[in-house]
Design a protein around this ligand. Sequence first.
Ligand SMILES: [Mn+2]
Length: 357
Amino acid sequence: MDNSRRKEKVYKILEEKELDAILITSSENRYYLSGFTGTAGVLVITGEKDYFITDFRYVEQANEQVANYQIKEISRNKEEKLADFLTELNISSLGFEDDDVTYEYYNKMTELCEDIIFVPLKGRVKELRIVKEPEEIEDISKAVEITERAFDNLLNYIEPGRTEKELAAELEYLLRKEGGEKPAFDFIVASGKRSSLPHGVASDKEIAQGEFITFDFGTYYNNYCSDMTRTVILGEPDERQSEIYQIVLEAHREVSSKLKAGMTGVEADNIAREIITEAGYGDNFGHGLGHGIGIEVHEAPRLSTQSEDTLKPGMIVTNEPGIYIADWGGVRIEDDLVVEEDGCRVLNSSSKELMIL
Ligand SMILES: [Mn+2]
C-alpha cells in the first residue's frame, strides 16, 4: 500500500500541534497509515524518520507489507524498551491516541518517560479516515457485493423451524464462501417479536410463519466493512406489517434520493425522521439514521439528531431507518451510500421491496 499521502497528513498534525512525534497504537490507524494487517505493533511518526515497531512474530510480515517506515523489533519488556527508544530519539512532546490506550498503559508510559509530555490527539488521526480514497471505495463496494450475493443465497435456506442462530451461521458460511474475510460484527437475526430489538443478536428462537425476520450483517473485504439490513417475512404480511414496512421503505428511499454533500448529519437524519414522525411512529425510531463505515463498522460521520458532522464527497454512510414496536416487532432497511457532490451513490443493488418467503 502506498501510505505516503496519508503520512503527509499526519505530518501536518505534528506541525499544527507542535509535536515531536505521534505514537499510533490502535490497530485501525496502524493499518491505515502503514498497510500492516497483523495484530501487534505501534508506529512512531516523527516526520523525519518514521518507525514501525513490532515483535518477533511479525517482523517478516512487516518487512513485506510496510513501506516507508524503518522496521524495528521489540519483543520483551515492550513498554520499557519503547520508552528507551523514545528517549533516544530526543522526543519531548508525544501525541498519543487517548481514545485507544488503556489507563494502565498511559500510566506506565508516562511513568517510564518522565521527560516526555503526552498530548492527547483527541481523534485527529482517526478523522483522516472520514473521507474515503477511490481504492477504499472500491474495497467497500466489493464487500457490499459479497454481502448481497451471500444474502441472495441465504433466501432458499430460510424456512419455518430454523433457529436464528442457524440462519446466522449459514450466512457467515456463505459470506466466507463468497470471499469475505470475517464477519464485520455479530450478526443480528431477530424474528417475530424479537424484531423490535434493534440489536437483537441471533438467538435459539425458531422462526415461524407470519413473522418478520430482520437480518443485519456485513463482512470484511481487504480490511474494509460492509453493513446491510433487510427485513423479510415468512408468508403474507397482515395489514399492520405492510403499513409499517412501507413507512420505513419510504423513509429509506427518500434518503437515497435526497442525501448529498453539504448536508449536516442532523439534516440527513431528519429526511427519514420527518416521514416516520408524520406517520405517527417518531417515538419508535429511537436510533440515528446512519453512520460512516470503513476500517471500522461504526465510524464518523454520524447521521443523527446529535451529529456535529457535515457530509463531504467521498464519505460512505449507512442509510438505516427503522420502526420498533415493543411486544410486536420491527422493520429496518439498510444500504451503504457514497456521498457525492450533487447526491449519493447507493452501493447496494438488491431489492428493498418486502420479500415474502
Ligand atoms: Mn449499520
